[in-house]
Design a protein around this ligand. Structure first.
Ligand code: XBP
Ligand code: MG
Length: 260
């Protein structure tokens, strides 16, 4: 089946948002709320196993602050912390704090030119997606994405496939007509669970994740003058993620999906 649409993850895929964006905003929100929680870089890497900010905070509290976690108001307090964190993150992004990863802006332009449909499937909060797109690509860029599936629109976050199924349903496309772009093990699992061939571009936090089932694993999407490294997958003649490359990787992803 021909490739008709690209479905992008956000955090780690469009931009390296976790260490210097989300983590910093969580820590500031904790501080502002008078909590002594501090997520350093290695700890945050472990916490990323839990997707979704509210879910991540609750998971942390259960391990390190049971009194907080068992308090009857824990859910409300987490929701308030998350609201504050989202505002801090949106402000940070609006200041231009988080650039897009190599090849992302180019690929979006080329995909639009080639008539590919675009969508987003992410566990992060919708405001964060809008802020990132506005800051990096201009306010009109949100309209490039036909569907933006984000945050709590589905209760089960990645690695559950629900957010991808939600997006596919709204695009009225079968998974085999699409290619997902992801950066993490949970993200890949979610996309594959929805039946999507998937290209992975690793980020600092995710390079050691299990990427079995990916059509190809790359260092980044690359640029004509700045080739991407192929970390695993079939040998490919493409030095960067061009539209032709994506079409070929989509085909090899489909072949891999056929049960033997
Ligand atoms: C990554 C996530 C998110 C962010 C934080 O999502 O798991 O939870 O870390 O964002 P993806 P929120 O890679 O699917 O884009 O605090 O808004 O949840
Ligand atoms: Mg991600």
């Amino acid at each position: 089946m021909n490739l008709q649409a690209l479905i992008f993850d956000v955090d780690g895929t469009l931009a390296d948002t976790e260490r210097d964006g989300h983590r910093v905003s969580f820590n500031q929100a904790f501080k502002d709320a008078g909590l002594d929680w501090e997520w350093d870089v290695p700890l945050y890497g472990k916490l990323l196993e839990v997707t979704g900010g509210k879910e991540r905070m609750l998971h942390y509290a259960k391990q390190f602050d049971p009194e907080f976690a068992n308090h009857p108001d824990a859910t409300t307090r987490i929701a308030n912390l998350h609201k504050a964190k989202t505002q801090l993150y949106v402000d940070l992004v609006a200041r231009g704090g988080l650039p897009l990863r190599p090849g992302v802006a180019r690929l979006l332009r080329e995909a639009r030119h080639a008539g590919l449909r675009l969508a987003i499937a992410t566990t992060t909060t919708p405001e964060n997606v809008t802020a990132l797109l506005h800051a990096a690509l201009g306010p009109e860029s949100t309209s490039w994405f036909e569907v933006i599936g984000a945050g709590d629109v589905v209760p089960a976050k990645k690695p559950a496939p629900d957010i991808y199924n939600w997006v596919l349903e709204r695009m009225q496309l079968p998974p085999h007509a699409c290619l997902a772009l992801e950066d993490s093990g949970p993200g890949l699992k979610a996309a594959r669970g929805a039946g999507l061939p998937t290209v992975v571009t690793v980020s600092d936090y995710t390079r050691d994740h299990d990427f079995k089932g990916a059509a190809i694993v790359l260092s980044d999407l690359g640029e004509p003058q700045q080739p991407a490294q192929i970390l695993s997958g079939e040998v490919t003649p493409y030095p960067y993620a061009s539209i032709q490359a994506l079409r070929d990787w989509h085909t090899s992803g489909l072949i891999q999906s056929v049960p033997v």
